[in-house]
Design a protein around this ligand. Sequence first.
Ligand SMILES: C[S@@+](CC[C@H](N)C(=O)[O-])C[C@H]1O[C@@H](n2cnc3c(N)ncnc32)[C@H](O)[C@@H]1O
Length: 204
Amino acid sequence: MSFAHFKAYTDRLYQTDKAFDDAQPNRLNRHRHLEPDSAEFLASLVISKRAKNILEIGTSTGYSTLWLGYALAQINRANTADSATLTSIDIDEWRLLTARNHLRTLQFDHNITLQQVDAKDFLRQSTAHFDVIFLDAERRFYVDYVADFKRLLTFGDMLIVDNVISHADEVAAFLSAFEQDSNYLCSTLSIGAGLFLAVKQSKD
Ligand SMILES: C[S@@+](CC[C@H](N)C(=O)[O-])C[C@H]1O[C@@H](n2cnc3c(N)ncnc32)[C@H](O)[C@@H]1O
């Protein structure tokens, strides 16, 4: 599939879901996709890192998952030795079903696992190694994830968080847990709603 075809599909999905979101008074009913600029930047980070094992927290209906899936497909096309994988989790069954349909339509369902689970439970139980973690879920719970992120992230791994400028107050304590820790190099990028990057720079 060409990039133009992929882009046209994801642009349509973004516009359709945005129109849906604009008509929802209740924030929790909205699909709340990350901005297209952020999605493309996320995919370029994943490709440049040649990520092997990606975790997304907050699938929604699959807009960001499609971009991660696209990056994954590019990595696997370039390197046939061992396949890169993506695990995307969400607490909402209907959104995951919708995301699965989009992934199937674009034939991105290889090496991608969608799982219905609370992020807190998933992280607490996980012993897997993820070299890229993309966090885009319910911000008030992020502080509960800090200890598990720090347990899971090893040298060179990258945590990416969306909405850190649009909702700066809500994520301040979470970001500070990384910014105040000399094991991490942290950056806040003014792309879309604001992306935060924390890269584990030490072996400890
Ligand atoms: C901002 S949306 C994700 C948008 C998606 N990343 C995108 O750009 O297309 C947040 C998602 O997090 C999910 N969510 C909320 N709380 C969660 C939790 N505790 N564990 C897992 N997923 C959760 C919601 O169901 C929702 O689909």
